[in-house]
Design a protein around this ligand. Structure first.
Ligand SMILES: Cc1cc2nc3c(=O)[nH]c(=O)nc-3n(C[C@H](O)[C@H](O)[C@H](O)COP(=O)(O)OP(=O)(O)OC[C@H]3O[C@@H](n4cnc5c(N)ncnc54)[C@H](O)[C@@H]3O)c2cc1C
Length: 412
């Protein structure tokens, strides 16, 4: 915001609010972005606990998202890649299911019959190639079903769906029945094949941090919670009224429904991430381990991905579990089984129980919903698009376009 009064108040400095604020500022509009917390980023933030860098829930950064390419200066994020693929760990040992073009030395378990049949390998290869090659717009319009049904239709056997795909994708969709829309499945596969999964050197919070730094300092206020909206603008928790020609609600879904009664919002998917410090790294590589037994979703030695996430020689291990009521002792025991190590000496560092990690995205899924609700009132966020970094940024961009068009036309 310049010294002018804001024309637009945006509520929430997650990715959607940041994208909206940046685009409106670039369009010459006076914007005030208010954030309840003391930092931008929303669900994408990083804490430092006893010297360890802990993202608020395990997440990965994908370089292939169009909004990421458009907005972020990737070099200064100093990205560190994960192994492209994962280890499937179960009762009969661990198998590497990795991209053979990027990790040819690790591709032995892809030989037909070891984990997947010839038919499954061909079906999955064709599916990945097709999703990577087709324009996203085509995938977004394709006939829709559940992810489970789409995989079966692509020729993947029920066994491969149940024993390989569902355990892996549960960590992506945060649900293990594969009821998520097939459109989401295809977009996720597309971005995985085309991009690199990685983490910034300073943690996932560096992503929104870079965007927030691009805003004029006066355009962003922290520690400011919006209590309700009025015909003239918004009222803060301390009773102050912010007047503006337009208000954009860029909070998560549940908070948006509180500020905008009657707003239809999807159910939420919950996840818990446990962080442990281990005296010795249980796996000396940056590879995600997926639990074939589905007791946990996945586990990874994050200090193998970004050594700086640990302040010393101890390893930082992240483990995620569906829902919000998992027990740390049981989780640690299971992680020991997956890595084949004794975890008794592992030190619990933190646990993040996130009830509203992702909006549910079952079919039919509206991949990009309009943001204009009524004159001067807008809503954006990942719950209005795909449940992802790409979706949140794209929804914020859409809100900015719609607000800018309405302000220019002075519709009210
Ligand atoms: C554990 C986890 C793992 C994930 N993994 C991935 C992944 O691997 N890949 C991927 O693409 N996506 C992933 N996501 C999803 C991605 O992080 C989100 O889709 C995205 O960050 C949502 O951004 P948003 O701006 O829509 O909402 P949010 O990030 O929720 O931002 C909303 C903001 O509004 C603020 N706010 C709320 N109420 C008020 C109020 N009344 N007044 C002022 N401010 C308010 C909040 O404090 C918050 O900062 C993951 C999410 C989680 C939680």
């Amino acid at each position: 915001m310049s010294s002018r009064a804001p024309e637009v108040v945006i509520v929430g400095a997650g990715l959607a609010g940041l994208a909206c604020a940046l685009d409106l500022t670039a369009a010459g509009r006076a914007v005030l972005l208010v954030e309840a917390e003391e930092e931008a980023g929303g669900r994408m933030r990083t804490d430092v606990v006893r010297g360890f860098r802990l993202d608020r829930g395990f997440q990965v950064f994908n370089t292939a998202y169009p909004q990421v390419k458009r907005r972020l200066e990737l070099k200064s994020l100093r990205l560190r890649p994960f192994t492209s693929g994962f280890v499937l760990a179960g009762a009969d040992g661990s198998r590497y299911l990795v991209d053979p073009t990027r990790h040819p030395g690790r591709a032995g378990d892809l030989l037909p019959g070891r984990v997947l049949s010839v038919r499954d390998l061909v079906a999955l290869g064709l599916l990945g190639a097709r999703d990577a090659a087709l324009p996203a717009a085509v995938l977004k319009r394709a006939p829709e079903a559940s992810a489970a049904r789409a995989l079966r239709r692509a020729g993947v056997s029920q066994r491969a769906v149940d024993e390989v795909l569902a355990p892996f994708l549960a960590g992506v969709f945060l649900e293990d029945r594969l009821e998520t829309s097939s459109r989401m499945l295809h977009l996720v596969l597309r971005s995985m094949v085309r991009g690199t999964l990685c983490l910034p050197q300073d943690g996932i919070g560096a992503v929104p941090g870079q965007l927030a730094a691009l805003l004029p300092r006066q355009a962003l206020r922290f520690g400011v919670r919006v209590d309700r909206l009025t015909a003239q603008g918004a009222v803060l928790a301390d009773g102050t009224e912010l007047r503006a020609r337009a208000v954009v609600v860029a909070t998560g879904a549940a908070q948006a429904a509180r500020l905008l009664p009657g707003l239809e919002v999807p159910a939420a998917r919950g996840v818990t991430t446990f962080y442990h410090a281990a005296p010795v790294s249980p796996l000396r590589e940056p590879t995600l381990v997926v639990d074939a037994g589905r007791q946990v979703l996945n586990t990874v030695v994050l200090s193998e991905v970004v050594p700086g996430f640990s302040p010393d020689r101890r390893a930082l291990v992240s483990t995620s579990v569906l829902g919000t009521d998992a027990d740390e002792v049981r989780v640690r025991r299971r992680v020991g089984e997956l890595y084949g190590v004794d975890t008794a000496q592992w030190e619990p560092l933190a646990e993040y129980r996130i009830a509203e990690a992702l909006p549910a995205a079952p079919a039919p899924l509206a991949l990009s919903r309009g943001t204009r609700l009524s004159p001067g009132r807008y809503v954006c966020g990942d719950h209005r698009a795909t449940a992802s970094v790409q979706g949140a940024l794209a929804s914020g961009a859409r809100a900015a376009r719609e607000v800018a068009a309405d302000l220019a036309a002075s519709r009210w």
